[in-house]
Design a protein around this ligand. Structure first.
Ligand SMILES: Cc1cc2nc3c(=O)[nH]c(=O)nc-3n(C[C@H](O)[C@H](O)[C@H](O)COP(=O)(O)OP(=O)(O)OC[C@H]3O[C@@H](n4cnc5c(N)ncnc54)[C@H](O)[C@@H]3O)c2cc1C
Length: 490
């Protein structure tokens, strides 16, 4: 345990929560840390890609919760870094609902359907809550209207998979305000993470060169005991630390990519299993020219189809990148999984058919398509956590509670802001601070026990000279298949 060359803390995952936790530790003098990241870059679910000559965000795209009394810390980072953003106004989307023949639903009908759907959704929330609170369900009113027509289904999708995907009132809006800004910066949303990393890792010309960050390093096993944690990676390395901060997503925790030895306790596993995972997919399509309406109130439009969530929610990127000729369509859950499993060519065919229904047969064919696959990415297994309506604070507490020397962080551990970038950021800070406290308490405990035990130990020291073989290692070559075997130090 007192080994000099194993590190204090290993942070698994270099998304925003892992980086913010590491920063808290480093800023408080814990500099012998190691960050192990499975993919080839930092950022996790904040990930940019060049598409059609501009930078698009495959994961998080918006800074949600701006303009309120309190300042959103991620918005503050964006302002400090001079990140380019543009305001998104979804409120008019309901007046741009197309049917299969390309007609826009009259605003009166769309507005009424929307109002009814909101009332119905609120009633459903109240009913769900009453069912939870009441043992006798006989006096609970019948469920609200079930959406049936294409426009009802489209509005239901927008409400439940976007606007009201969280239980009301939405803490992000209450605390930070209701405005949302789309990141439209060639350096990507991930630039915020590099700026944070720059404060405690060695960087040069926009690259992190610090050997405390190890990319392409997939953790597969955590062996933990009262004395420390051994971290075993897929490529056969063994790392040892006093503590681990595990920042992988809830989807990864559910997937058993990482095994725990001993197993995680039942209360932890049950809480992890109960949390839903939302799949949210933004499909990008590039065109040789623009054929959709632009201008105020036209950024978002909706396609009403008899299949719920079928290429329903569209956005043009002219506000973010004028002249880019890019459309984005957002799919969720079942539809996301369906398109992930088919070829991009097939997805492009389906999307073009929908666009032709909306804008006529003469529109140009898309020249390129980009389909992120968050569900099939074994380092993500979904887009973000979605706590069920019946989730109580015990479930949150169990998901985030440490198990021995393993501390848990990530957006899913944020009770108020799960699912968001600021949730991940604040969770990382909280976990980092929690671990600092634990490290301090441990030190105090050791100092106290030393003062009691030292006189006794002095008597027997000569007989207890021991070689701390297992404790002094830092990085060993490890044979992943077969027995855990520690070999020569590299
Ligand atoms: C499509 C999409 C759209 C979104 N839109 C928004 C939005 O508009 N606004 C918003 O605020 N939020 C949005 N989010 C949510 C937001 O991106 C996340 O809440 C946040 O980025 C999560 O950060 P994190 O650090 O908790 O997790 P992650 O970013 O997932 O970090 C965890 C890291 O762990 C790594 N890892 C996994 N397994 C291992 C392993 N075995 N060994 C080593 N490393 C491992 C992963 O590669 C990853 O880098 C969106 C997410 C998605 C996917």
């Amino acid at each position: 345990m007192e080994s000099s060359n194993r590190c204090s803390v290993i942070i698994i995952g270099a998304g925003i929560s892992g980086i913010s936790a590491a920063k808290v530790l480093a800023k408080n003098g814990v500099e012998d840390i190691l960050i192990l990241e499975a993919s080839d870059s930092i950022g996790g679910r904040i990930k940019k890609q060049n598409f059609g000559n501009v930078t698009v965000e495959l994961g998080a795209g918006w800074i949600a919760g701006v303009g309120g009394k309190q300042s959103n810390p991620v918005w503050e980072l964006a302002v400090q870094s001079g990140l380019r953003t543009c305001f998104s106004d979804y409120s008019d989307a309901r007046y741009n609902i197309y049917d299969r023949s390309g007609e826009i639903f009259p605003s009166g009908l769309a507005g009424d359907t929307y109002t009814k759907a909101v009332e119905s959704a609120m009633q459903k929330l109240r009913t769900d809550r009453d069912i939870l609170l009441s043992a006798d369900v006989s006096d609970i009113p019948e469920l609200s209207t079930i959406p049936e027509t294409p426009i009802e289904l489209a509005i239901d999708f927008i409400l439940h998979d976007f606007e009201m995907a969280e239980v009301e009132p939405i803490s992000t809006y209450v605390d930070f305000g209701e405005r949302e800004f789309l990141v439209a910066d060639e350096r990507g949303y991930e630039y915020l993470l590099y700026k944070m990393a720059e404060e405690f890792l060695f960087t040069s010309e926009g690259k992190i060169l610090d050997n405390r960050l190890k990319l392409n390093t997939v953790v597969r096993e955590l062996q933990h005991s009262r004395d420390g944690v051994t971290v075993i990676t897929e490529d056969g390395y063994v790392y040892e630390a006093n503590y681990v901060i595990l920042s992988v997503s809830i989807g990864v925790l559910q997937s058993h990519l990482i095994s725990f030895n001993p197993n995680l306790p039942r209360w932890k596993m049950e809480a992890i299993e109960k949390c839903d995972v939302m799949v949210y997919t933004k499909i990008f399509l590039k065109f040789p020219k623009k054929f959709w309406p632009c201008g105020p109130g036209k950024e978002f439009f909706i396609y009403a189809h008899e299949r719920r969530g079928y290429y329903t929610f569209w956005q043009h990127m002219e506000n973010a990148y004028p002249g880019s000729n890019i459309l984005v369509v957002t799919l969720t859950n079942g539809e996301s999984k369906r398109v992930e499993s088919q070829s991009d060519h097939e997805t492009m065919r389906e999307a073009m058919e929908v666009l032709k229904n909306m804008f006529g047969p003469d529109i140009p064919e898309a020249s390129d398509i980009l389909v992120p696959r968050w569900w099939n990415n074994r380092f993500q297994r979904g887009s973000y956590s979605n706590y069920p309506i019946y989730a109580d604070s015990t479930m949150f507490e169990n998901i985030k509670a440490p198990v021995g020397r393993i501390f848990f962080t990530g957006e899913h551990t944020s009770e108020r802001f799960s699912g968001y970038v600021h949730g991940g950021y604040l969770a990382g800070i909280e976990t980092g601070e929690g671990l600092l406290e634990e490290m301090k308490s441990e030190k105090d405990r050791e100092t106290n026990s030393k003062s009691i035990l030292e006189p006794l130990l002095a008597l027997t020291l000569s007989q207890t000279e021991a070689v701390g073989g297992l404790q002094t290692c830092d990085i060993h070559r490890h044979l992943f298949h077969g027995n855990t075997k520690r070999e020569a130090i590299l």
